[in-house]
Design a protein around this ligand. Structure first.
Ligand code: FES
Length: 93
């Protein structure tokens, strides 16, 4: 199966608005991380649409390997800077 691109090996701090709908980039190709810019077309990935239950600062995943999409869960720590921009190794990698 296709693996997403590691957009970065650290989360992105964003300011969310309570009740607002966001489209989180799941493929890693978006140039407007951590949000979708439509670049997933043809990749087999779709953005993860979510509604912010609370407003305020949040850390969204950019390595695209979090177990708690769209939030950073610390999984990015296993990726080196050299892996940024490349496909994630996947569960067996
Ligand atoms: S950026 Fe932290 S888990 Fe993906």
């Amino acid at each position: 199966m296709n693996q997403p691109i590691i957009a970065d090996n650290q989360p992105k701090q964003v300011s969310l608005e309570e009740g607002k709908k966001y489209a989180f980039c799941a493929c890693g190709h978006s140039q407007t991380q951590p949000f979708c810019d439509g670049s997933h077309k043809g990749t087999g990935f779709s953005p993860k649409v979510f509604v912010a239950e609370e407003g305020g600062e949040a850390y969204l995943c950019q390595c695209k390997q979090t177990g708690n999409t769209p939030w950073c869960d610390g999984t990015h720590k296993q990726f080196a800077k050299e892996q940024v921009g490349k496909a994630a190794p996947g569960p067996q990698g």
